[in-house]
Design a protein around this ligand. Structure first.
Ligand SMILES: [Zn+2]
Length: 57
């Protein structure tokens, strides 16, 4: 069973994704503004950075 903290983190991610969707930059990396890969968005719809930036995390 997921903890409350992880549920809140997911909710937070969903809210940010919806906000980005409304602003039309859902498919853009928040770091560099580059396009996000379809495959990455399919794997994790809440992804916010491109492969180059995720590699650094
Ligand atoms: Zn990037």
């Amino acid at each position: 069973m997921p903890s409350l903290v992880s549920i809140e983190a997911t909710l937070d991610g969903v809210e940010r994704a919806l906000e980005r969707l409304r602003q039309g930059d859902y498919r853009r990396c928040v770091e560099c503004g580059g396009p996000l890969e379809d495959a990455d968005l399919e794997r994790d719809p809440l992804v916010v950075t491109c492969a180059a930036h995720r590699a650094r995390d």
